[in-house]
Design a protein around this ligand. Structure first.
Ligand SMILES: C[S@@+](CC[C@H](N)C(=O)[O-])C[C@H]1O[C@@H](n2cnc3c(N)ncnc32)[C@H](O)[C@@H]1O
Ligand SMILES: [Zn+2]
Length: 384
């Protein structure tokens, strides 16, 4: 085990919860001790395990770099459930290394795990320097992952996966717009679908950083759960960044309509309904949130394993994957239409009967995603 003397880990930011006893999560058992472990993030780990398993089936091997391992729950799960061949588990806090060693003792004995204690960026740059690229790089940080985007991309094999976490909801949802300039090179504003924006800012920023390295990223899944934003992307050789999939979201505070705005049309950013000026957020990713083909493979595995909550969310993700980059809150439809909040399923059925796409979204239980405009939703809700 190696320790990094010069690491810049900010231990003061470390919030600990769920501490102090033996835990079981899906197939694995571990101690938490003084490490950060959030049992509420199980879904984020479940989906990563499923995507990693699909990746293993796809390329026939699975080498993983877990840069911020905490108590080591992810390596345990990637080994047991995704059938990883080998894992590099790194953690910046030297105080919890004895705990990680205990939790991963069997995997260390079988030569399937290497443990280090370094700043994540030093590990990522070191991998790049030695041309040691991974099938999956997992960066589960506190706050914003911005310091790890460029370096994270550098440590992933072409065709491999990069998994990022952001807990910086205030910036993403437009409550600290100036902060967004430093984090995403974007100005995020506040509006009803701002949690989807959190995922799209992260995807957009990654897309732009990948293009700087002459690479592209394709979203595998994007998850907002428990106030945390997570994106799993595939790194591909071909640049994907374009002025159509990376642009601006316009919101009309007067009537509630959304519009996507291309860079070339920024001068004409007014509401299509009442011509009022739009509040613009971005740039951000305006493309698909998830890859439906990979989600289907993940769903099939989750079904075999009887992980029913994953099956349910993966089905919702499949349906919402390519719909417009915003959603409508049912409460907003009720408020703007001056009526009771409409029943979600009845409104979706009414939209579908008229030829629109309409689905729930995993991002908010009281919302719909649709390619109809808000005024159409309000008109149809009135007729329910
Ligand atoms: C959110 S926790 C990880 C939780 C773990 N992945 C899980 O699923 O339970 C973040 C961890 O990263 C460590 N950390 C924070 N900054 C780091 C850095 N720059 N380099 C390496 N580790 C870091 C913290 O000590 C903490 O254990
Ligand atoms: Zn308007």
């Amino acid at each position: 085990m190696t320790k990094d003397k010069g690491q810049r880990t900010n231990d003061k930011r470390q919030i600990t919860n769920d501490q102090g006893q033996t835990k079981t999560e899906r197939q694995v058992k571990f101690e938490v001790g003084g490490a950060f472990y959030n049992s509420g993030s199980r879904l984020g780990r479940d989906l990563a395990v499923l995507a990693a398993r699909v990746q293993r089936d796809r390329v026939g091997q699975l080498r993983i770099l877990d840069t911020m391992t905490g108590c080591g729950v992810r390596p345990l799960r990637y080994l047991a459930e995704s059938k990883a061949d080998w894992i590099w588990a790194n953690e910046g806090n030297p105080d919890i290394l004895p705990l990680i060693n205990r939790n991963l003792a069997d995997a260390i004995a079988s030569g399937q795990v290497q443990i280090t204690c370094k700043d994540a960026n030093r590990v990522l740059v070191d991998c790049y320097n030695r041309r040691d690229y991974y099938d999956l790089v997992d960066i589960d940080c506190f706050g914003s992952p911005a310091p790890f985007l460029h370096t994270g991309l550098m440590a992933v094999r072409i065709g491999g996966l990069l998994y990022l976490t952001s807990t910086d909801g205030r910036t993403a949802t437009g409550h600290r717009p100036e902060g967004g300039l430093g984090v995403y090179g974007a100005l995020p504003r506040s509006h009803p679908a701002a949690h989807e924006q959190g995922l799209r800012l992260l995807l957009g920023s990654l897309q732009q950083q990948a293009a700087m390295q002459d690479l592209g990223i394709q979203p595998v899944f994007s998850l907002f759960s428990g106030e945390i934003y997570r994106v799993m992307v595939r790194v591909v050789r071909k640049k994907q960044l374009s002025s159509t999939n990376y642009g601006f979201l316009g919101y009309c505070h007067a009537c509630g309509e959304y519009r996507t705005i291309n860079w070339r049309k920024l001068g004409k950013a007014s509401c299509a309904y009442d011509d009022k000026p739009l509040t613009l957020s971005g740039p951000m990713s305006l493309g698909a949130l998830h890859d439906r083909a990979t989600l289907e493979k993940m769903r099939a595995i989750a079904q075999t394993w009887q992980w029913w909550d994953c099956v349910e969310i993966l089905e919702i993700m499949q349906a919402e994957a390519e719909l417009p980059p915003y959603f409508y809150l049912l409460g907003e439809i009720g408020k703007r239409g001056k009526m009771d909040i409409p029943a979600r399923d009845r409104l979706m059925k009414s939209l579908q009967d008229r030829g629109y796409l309409a689905t729930p979204t995993h991002i908010h239980p009281e919302a719909i995603k649709t390619n109809a405009d808000l005024h159409t939703c309000i008109d149809l809700a009135r007729q329910l």
